[in-house]
Structures are given as structure tokens and as C-alpha cells.
Design a protein around this ligand. Sequence first.
Ligand code: SF4
Length: 255
Amino acid sequence: MHQPATMSDPIYISEIFSSIQGEGLLAGRRQIFVRLMECNLDCIYCDTKHDKTDFCSVETKPGSGIFTNLKQPLSLHKISEIIKDWQVQLPGSHHSVSFTGGEPLLYSEALGEWFPVIRKIIPIHLETNGTMHVALQGVKKHLDYVSMDMKLPSTAGCTEHLWDLHELFMREALCSTLSVKVVIGDSTPDKEILRVCKVISDVDASLPLFLQPLTLRDGSIGVSAGHIFHLQELASSLLPDVRVIPQMHRILGAL
Ligand code: SF4
């Protein structure tokens, strides 16, 4: 897997667009999204393309929903220019830039050099699957927000081996504004939520935990209201800050 080592190296992305953040702590904030390619996991609900493509999609105007194709790989300088330009076009509209994936930390060496440049333009939000704690080390001092997933076996698939990695990542990410998200479905058992709460309690019980109801491919919610309430009650008996937020951008019909 190609990992750019410096800022002068190119980076593979799938899309750049402007939208409303629909998940977690920053839900409701307008953000610029930079979606990077490639991931180290293979979740069963994943709807992100992982393979490198010759072109990436970039909105012609932020929020227009109209895209142009740019030849890959893009230089980090080119992506910086797009972000800067959108800030000029819509002054004050964007709260932050969200680096999402795929798994952005696969490009950690390049991001560690690049993020100080971006941070002079706009605050940085990292959305990550929370499994690459070593890669986070070189990047974390440049981050304003980290939203980490904990991948549950019941919804993401064969992720039973990830608990220890999630805990290591959580400890490493504490220096920025950190929140934790888990996707819950009808098949999510109590023992998984108990394990999530135990990991969070051991690291920092005050961290916000977001229970995100599974969105099925047809856009419907894949967990009953009764089960959502049950899991919320269970988690809230162990942690002080538990919130339920579905993927709001899907409800809005936004990207
Ligand atoms: S971590 Fe995210 S991008 Fe990677 S496979 Fe899972 S859902 Fe897809």
C-alpha cells in the first residue's frame, strides 16, 4: 500500500465536498470533507470505495452537489488551495475540515507535515476507525477534534480482535477533543456495549459516547427504537455522557 512520506508526495482521495456533518460530536456543523482512499479494515456496512482510481470527485462549488473529476494523484498543495478557495467563497460557513476515509491515518506521515499548513486555514477534525495508535502519534498535536469509531462485531463484522487496539488508540488521542462512536443494530448484544463502556471508563469516563443506529443500504434504520432505548439505558448506567444520533446527513439527503 502506497503511503506518501512527505508533503511533496501526492495523495489519493475519493472526493472533496462541503456538507453538514451528520455524525457524532460535530453533528450539525458545516464542514469541508476530504475523503481519503484505502482502509485497513473491511466493515460489512462499508459504502466507501477503497481501490485507487485515476480520478477523484471535487465539488465545483462548495455545497452545489455538482462534481468535476480531477486526475489523481492530487498534490497536497492542490488540496490546500481548494480548501483555501472555499473559505474565501463562503466566509464563516465552514466550522472545520473533516479528514475521513477510508482510514486517513494510513497517510499519517504526509498528514503530519501537511496539517500545520491546513490548520492555519481552518480547524481540523479527524474521523478514524480508531485502530492505528502508532500512526496517530505523529499527527495528534495538529488535531482539533478526533472522532473515533469502536467497531462492534455485531455490526461491523469480524472485529473481535480490535478491542485492545481501540483502547490503545483512545489513550493516545486524549490530547485533543475526543469522542467515541459505535454503530448499533438489532443484533448488538449487551456484552458489546458493556465492553465499550469498560474501555471508555478505564481511559476517561467523561468521554462522550455516541450510539449511532445502523443505516441500511436503502436508507432505513436497522435497529428498533426499543433496542436503541435499551442500549442507551445500559450505557448511561455506566457513563455520564451517552447520546443517540442517527446519520443526520442521510435524513437531509445531503452528501
Ligand atoms: S473503517 Fe470505515 S472506511 Fe474502513 S471498512 Fe470500516 S466503514 Fe469502511
